[in-house]
Every structure is written in C-alpha cells, then in structure tokens.
Write a protein that binds this ligand. Structure first.
Ligand SMILES: Cc1cc2nc3c(=O)[nH]c(=O)nc-3n(C[C@H](O)[C@H](O)[C@H](O)COP(=O)(O)OP(=O)(O)OC[C@H]3O[C@@H](n4cnc5c(N)ncnc54)[C@H](O)[C@@H]3O)c2cc1C
Ligand code: FES
Length: 346
C-alpha cells in the first residue's frame, strides 16, 4: 500500500519540515516545504487541513491537521497540540525536527471563507484550545484579502496554553480598526457558558460564524448561537473529534449482516451486527477504542481491512481505488453487505 501512496503524482506526497516552532509547552508548529512537483496539489484555502500519514512504533497512522497559515503567506504551516495519551500529536511534539519528511495528502475541508456580497459580512470566530489553528488561517486570510471586520473569541484553560498569543496581538495592533480579540481563561472565569457566547454575539452585526474547539465548547457555542437566532447556514463548524457515535444509519444493504469480527490491537471480538450501524459504530458498541478522526470519510484515520465478507462506503474521500480493491474501508462510512464481515485494524 505504501508504494503508490508516496507517488508524487497521486495521493500522498513527501513534505519536508523546514522549521519547527514551539508555540506552547503543548503545541508545536511545523513549517512544511512541498516538493516542486506537487505544489499545485497543495494549494489550499484558508481553514483547510492536511492528512498526515506517519509511522509510529511500526504502525501506519493517519491524522488530520489544519493549516494555521493562510494562502497569502509564503509558508505552509500546521500546528499540533498534544492530546493527552494521543499517539501522533505527542510523537510530533516530541520528535519532529527540521529536515524530517512527513507524508501528507493534499488539503481538504469545507471550513473555508464564504464568498460575500459587495458589503461583506463580519467574520466572527469562536476558538477553543487547538481549535485556533484553522481559525488563525481564516482570520489572516480575511484581514489580508478583504475589508471584513473580524471578531475572535478565544478560550483556553489558562494563559500558558494560548497558542499564537503574540501573532494575534500583532495582528490586532496592525488591524486595530478591523480585528478584536477577546481571550477567555477558564482559570479566571470557569468554562465558557452560553451567556458568555450570547453576550459576545450580541455585539456583532450581520456575520458569518466559525467555531472550532473541543466538543463541549463547540456544543455550547453552537447551541447558544442557534438559540440567539443565528441562521444555520451562517454557522460553520469544524470538529476535530466526534464524541458520541452518531445515530444509526438506515440502509437496505445492511440487513443481511449478522456478525462482525473485529481485530484491534491485540483484541479479537465477535459482535452481533445491529442493523444500520457503520463498522466503526459496531466496534464502539463492543467497547473498543477504535481509531477515528473526521468521521466524514475524509481522513482515513478509521481505516480497517476487510479480510472476509464485504461492505460499501457511504462516502470515501480518503482511500485510493487500489486500497479499496485490497479490502480497505473507512469504517466510519462502511456498512456491511454480507452476512459476516471480518475486519482488521492495522
Ligand atoms: C479536520 C480535522 C482537523 C484537525 N486539525 C487539527 C489541528 O490543526 N491541530 C491539532 O492539534 N489537531 C487537529 N485535529 C485532531 C488530530 O487529527 C488528532 O485527532 C489529534 O492530534 C489526536 O491524535 P493522536 O494520534 O495524538 O491521538 P489518538 O492516539 O488518536 O488518541 C486520541 C484520544 O483517544 C485516547 N485513546 C486512544 N487510544 C485509547 C484507548 N485504547 N483507550 C482509551 N483512550 C484512548 C487518547 O488518550 C487521546 O485522548 C484535527 C482533526 C480533524 C478531523
Ligand atoms: S474518521 Fe476520517 S475517514 Fe473515518
């Protein structure tokens, strides 16, 4: 599988780390050089992400990381915050060094600026922790490429964990008439509440809203904004993780399946199949901590190989046709189409 994915003409490409910037004790930015042959495929919109494929402890893993740079800048940069107990984020924070090579799939994602009409709407962003990454990209792009005013609400546990503290202060100084940044510190004010969100939103006019951060933060902001009358189409959400398994999917193909055998790390579990569930949901119902990330079929984090039986994917933006041919599926999107399915996470 690795062979064709490193082909610079297709899929993943080797990017070289030009520079490592320590942002906080828990977060690092990587400035990446794209080989000339692939540069056209790595053009991106502010707010998009790369999927990295790394090998850690002999395991091939894929994770998504948003650009914290904007296309107007002359460098492509991602910013990675440690996830306690997380494999890839800690590996990057501990080992990434200038000159190293990382394999990345070209930018993807819909958390991007909307084209505005002749009187551009305000851009209002709510970021929590590492959720600042794509928002930083959006903020930079909006300030550089339009006349929009930008209001940023940025929540962190404490002052030590603020990523981009200085760059944000500089931007606010340079664009004093257009950018306001309000920091929220849990250590002072407790976690962000709906009323904090509402009072921030009450100070804005006609706006597009962008939200990225930990799930509870996003849920609070989303509920508060919708409750305050923000139309759904003006609300843009980027979820780094999905906390709960989504509701079951109804699909005629799935009814034939009775049993799913799942191999994950050193565990092998046989599950009775519940109609409509994806393979990822089936694994979770067994209490397995199955890998996942975007849950939209974009990143490949949840991939597993079917060694017996078959499944079809509702969406696949991650796997190459030959990987699918080999039996790989993105389990977050896969519904069984045979009476028994045996899948292996590798
Ligand atoms: C579109 C998108 C964009 C993203 N952009 C960014 C970004 O810009 N910056 C950023 O930092 N992150 C970003 N992420 C998140 C990133 O992709 C990873 O999910 C994150 O770095 C965690 O990966 P990991 O390998 O470190 O953690 P994982 O190893 O995947 O672990 C995740 C969590 O699960 C827990 N866990 C793992 N295995 C077990 C187990 N067996 N039992 C119990 N608990 C377990 C870990 O403790 C950890 O808390 C983005 C995600 C998406 C989908
Ligand atoms: S979790 Fe991203 S493709 Fe399934």
């Amino acid at each position: 599988m690795a062979e064709e994915l490193t082909d610079p003409a297709e899929g993943f490409a080797p990017l070289r780390i030009r520079r490592v910037v320590r942002e906080t004790a828990d977060a690092v930015s990587l400035v990446l050089d794209v080989p000339e042959c692939c540069s056209h495929r790595f053009q991106y919109k502010a707010g998009q992400f790369l999927t990295l494929r790394v090998s850690v402890g002999g395991r091939d893993l894929r994770r998504c990381y948003s650009m914290s740079s904007a296309p107007v800048e002359d460098e492509l940069r991602i910013t990675v915050k440690r996830d306690p107990g997380g494999v890839v984020s800690n590996w990057i924070n501990d080992t990434a060094a200038a000159g190293d090579e990382l394999h990345a799939a070209p930018p993807e994602g819909r958390f991007t600026l909307t084209e505005s009409d002749s009187s551009p709407r305000e851009l209002v962003a709510f970021a929590g922790g590492s959720g600042i990454t794509p928002i930083m990209s959006l903020v930079r792009a909006a300030l550089a490429g339009s006349d929009r005013t930008v209001k940023l609400f940025y929540a962190n546990r404490g002052r030590d964990s603020v990523i981009f503290s200085e760059p944000l202060a500089r931007l606010a100084e340079q664009h004093a008439d257009r950018l306001t940044v309000e920091h929220h510190y849990d250590e002072d004010a407790g976690v962000v509440t709906a009323s904090a969100v509402e009072s921030f939103a009450a100070r804005v006019g006609d706006a597009d809203f962008y939200v990225c951060g930990p799930t509870p933060f996003m849920d609070t902001v989303e509920t508060a904004l919708l409750g305050a009358g923000v139309p759904k189409q003006r609300l843009h959400l980027e979820r780094f993780t999905v906390a709960a398994a989504p509701d079951t999917v109804t699909d005629g193909d799935a009814q034939a399946c009775e049993e799913v055998v799942i191999e994950l790390q050193r565990q092998k579990v046989t599950a009775a199949y519940r109609q409509g569930d994806t393979l990822l949901q089936t694994a979770r119902l067994q209490g397995l901590k199955a890998p996942s990330s975007c849950e939209t079929g974009s990143c490949g984090t949840c991939m597993a190989r079917i060694v017996e039986g078959s499944a079809r994917m509702l969406n696949n933006d991650a796997l190459e046709p030959d990987e699918v041919e080999e039996g790989w599926v993105v389990t977050c999107q896969a519904l069984p189409t045979s009476s028994k399915v045996h899948m292996i996470y590798e």
